[in-house]
Write a protein that binds this ligand. Structure first.
Ligand SMILES: [Ca+2]
Ligand SMILES: [Ca+2]
Length: 399
């Protein structure tokens, strides 16, 4: 009984500490499509909500557009996991035209990172790197870096390469499984040849992309919160006041040796009710590193990018743009947006956030499901949409 009371007070504390800069509706969530003036909408862009001062343009169309990456020549790579293909695009007067398929036959292909002439990429159970030596958009050489990795569930997705090795991970095989003694729910740091590795961090649910904050070696990633938080105390399909707002999705700063709570502890050290009777639950909460920034529950943040250029204005340099895929386990559709996380230029920490582009219509229809954000060579930001099969550019209004 005492434990239950403790959990309840943690839940309340978790809700009250969430900070949103955008307007909030009476339900406690920021409005999905605020009835304010909107920014500029280019030709072919649906009825998105766009923050005044910004413009959204359609730059490419392709089915199942998931993660994106630019190389040093301005070639855009887009992974299409259902097709097993990475397609390549070139800028032709602002529109991106497909020039080829960098690789195909890699069903579930997902995260990518271009590093030192090679495009590294993942699929369920394996990591590869390939390179295009004659500029036709097709890989001329592909090397298997790792195979025989665990497959399935939240599969092997992210890759981030540094001079000393690469970060990668695999998430939970389901919702809240205790997979402490497996490769899952952990960030691994491998040597560049894939032969040795060390554990970097643990206690994540599903983080699909890692990047350093510009000018630092601070490793950031967005982690999905778990589902059905309130089920053990009576939330049921269709009536889920606890589950709808809990737990938060997380923007985490993954430090070496850090523990991030999952599956036992959520958000700001709130135990999952299923694990509250573990004798070590308070110790687990004690060692959990809380999110650097909390997103709304069920937003499902996938990819993100940090702004290193001035394309959206000097005040956004150093901020992150996060692509939220949007909810399924919430009665009201939430998420469905590209959100700016503002970083304090003095402390280097997040201090606020705001929706830049909302992808629900005024009547709540899904117009797009953002998957990834990437900074283009000109400093604008592209986001992918695997619902509509589109890639959009966010730029300054009037540009
Ligand atoms: Ca080639
Ligand atoms: Ca966590």
């Amino acid at each position: 009984m005492t434990r239950k009371l403790i959990v309840s007070s943690f839940v309340v504390a978790g809700i009250s500490t969430a900070v949103f800069c955008s307007p909030r509706s009476s339900e406690g969530e920021p409005a999905a499509h605020p009835s304010t003036a909107v920014g500029q909408r280019g030709e072919g862009v649906p009825d998105f909500w766009i923050r005044p001062g910004f413009k959204v343009s359609l730059v490419a169309e392709l089915r199942n557009a998931r993660f994106m990456e630019f190389d040093d020549k301005g070639t855009l790579y887009v992974s299409q996991p259902d097709l097993g293909t990475i397609s390549t695009f070139k800028n032709q007067g602002g529109k991106y035209t497909k020039i080829g398929e960098f690789t195909t036959g890699h069903r579930t292909v997902h995260g990518m990172h271009f590093y030192n002439g090679w495009l590294w990429f993942t699929e369920s159970g394996a990591i590869f790197k390939g390179r295009d030596t004659n500029g036709d958009g097709k890989a001329d050489e592909t090397v298997t870096v790792l195979d025989n990795l665990p497959k399935g569930g939240h599969w092997w997705r992210p890759i981030f390469v540094t001079p000393n090795g690469f970060f990668t991970s695999i998430g939970d095989s389901g919702n809240i499984n205790d997979e402490t003694n497996t490769d899952r729910q952990k960030v691994w740091f491998y040597s560049l040849d894939g032969k040795t590795r060390k554990l970097w961090a643990s206690g994540l649910r599903n983080t699909e992309k890692y990047r350093y904050r510009p000018g630092t070696t601070e490793l950031y990633g967005a982690d999905h919160g778990s589902d059905w938080f309130g089920k053990p105390i009576g939330d049921a399909n269709g009536k889920q006041p606890v589950t709808d707002l809990n737990p938060p999705c997380e923007f985490n700063l993954y430090v070496e040796g850090g523990f991030y709570g999952h599956p036992f502890i959520t958000g700001n050290k709130v135990p999952r009710i299923e694990f509250q009777n573990r004798p070590d639950i308070i110790d687990l909460a004690d060692k959990t590193i809380v999110p650097a920034w909390s997103f709304g529950g069920h937003y499902a943040p996938n990819g993100f990018c940090f702004m290193s250029k001035n394309g959206l204005g000097t005040d956004l340099v150093g901020d992150a743009l996060v692509a939220h895929h949007g909810s399924w386990n919430s009665l009201k559709k939430v998420g469905y947006q590209v959100e700016r996380v503002c970083f304090d230029k003095v402390t280097g920490k997040p201090y606020g956030s705001q929706m830049l582009v909302g992808t629900l219509s005024k009547s709540g229809d899904v117009l797009g499901r953002p998957v990834d954000c990437v900074e283009a060579p000109d400093g604008s930001v592209f986001f992918s949409d695997d619902h509509g099969g589109k890639i959009y550019r966010i730029s300054k209004a009037g540009s």
